[in-house]
Write a protein that binds this ligand. Structure first.
Ligand SMILES: [Zn+2]
Length: 323
């Protein structure tokens, strides 16, 4: 970008310079990823979230918006939820993804936390997590290529981290990274309560706050990568297949488009050299990859500069603090 800017300045008029820089900005790309397929559920008045009709409605809204915006996407599947929906209902949703041109990956059988399970249990989680996606992807001549760790917990000890990485590689998986997190699960947990109470004005306010926070996070992580790599890199957006995203996905895609992002596959995003930075960092936290790369490359970044969701989101429906 800097070299391009110098070239532009050297040879172009101001008007042409603007369009030259705008063209450069258009090289921004993002891969969209949706976790917890067929449907993510939160605790609380959430039992309806795992009803087949609701799961179907959430996925229909996501897929319709993705198609409208010509965006590719990958969904990461928890096989246990496929079974909880009644196997045919769960599989029908996954089949829609694949038949409509989208990809599926493994998110383990039960979303078990690698921090709390043994290596043998992890292996089982990965293998049984393949039950539906293997046959559904086979319909279009594919096999699962990516696995996303539940909670992005990649191994809280060196032994676990290295074993999990080696096991996944041997089984033909690439770890699905993610570089932008908009804490959609947190917003969604409150949103579900608002919908249950039919608190429409609060739900309206929450949707607006969620979209504003998403826009802030996209730019925050773009600047984090700029600091680490001296350039923007293809981003990987972490979202969940939940009611909130179903209701606002069109607007999220518009935010990316207004920021000059082009939608690409996860495979394309992760073909960037940034994703070849060695993966040796051991943490019990589910950090976005920018923070992991900064550690690997020994570049100091200040995570406290990252914004938090508005406090009222988590406070909704709780007793006011006692004075
Ligand atoms: Zn998940």
């Amino acid at each position: 970008m800097n070299i391009l800017k110098h070239l532009c300045v050297a040879i172009l008029t101001p008007m042409a310079l603007m369009s030259c820089l705008a063209a450069a900005a258009k090289t921004r790309t993002v891969a969209l990823t949706f976790d917890d397929l067929p449907v993510a559920a939160t605790k609380g008045p959430a039992e309806t979230q795992k009803l087949p009709a609701e799961a179907q409605s959430v996925n229909r809204a996501l897929l319709d918006a993705l198609k409208k915006h010509h965006a590719s996407a990958i969904g990461f599947v928890n096989e246990k939820t496929v079974e909880e929906l009644g196997s045919d209902n769960g599989k029908r949703i996954l089949e829609q993804w694949v038949r409509e041109g989208f990809d599926l990956g493994n998110h383990t059988f039960s979303h078990a936390d690698l921090n709390n399970i043994t290596l043998e249990q992890f292996k089982q989680e990965v293998v049984t997590g393949e039950d539906s996606i293997l046959s559904i992807l086979a319909e279009v001549g594919k096999t699962p290529r990516f696995l996303r760790f539940p909670f992005n917990h990649t191994g809280d000890t060196k032994e676990k981290h290295d074993f999990a990485a080696a096991f996944l590689k041997q089984r033909g998986y690439e770890v699905a990274a993610c570089t932008i997190d908009s804490e959609d699960y947190l917003f969604n947990a409150t949103y579900i309560q608002m919908l249950a109470k039919k608190d429409d004005s609060a739900a309206f306010k929450l949707r607006a706050a969620y979209l504003a926070y998403t826009a802030v996070e996209i730019e925050y992580y773009a600047s984090l990568h700029q600091k680490i790599f001296g350039r923007e890199i293809p981003q990987v957006m972490l979202l969940h297949a939940n009611r909130l995203n179903a209701d606002v996905i069109d607007k999220i895609l518009v935010i990316f488009e207004k920021k000059q992002y082009r939608f690409v596959s996860l495979e394309a995003a992760q073909s960037d050299p940034a994703y070849r930075v060695p993966d040796t960092f051991v943490t019990k936290f589910g950090l976005m990859w920018g923070y992991r790369w900064a550690k690997e490359l020994d570049i100091k970044v200040d995570g406290s500069l990252e914004s938090e969701p508005p406090a009222w989101i988590a406070q909704y429906g709780k007793e006011p603090a006692k004075r």
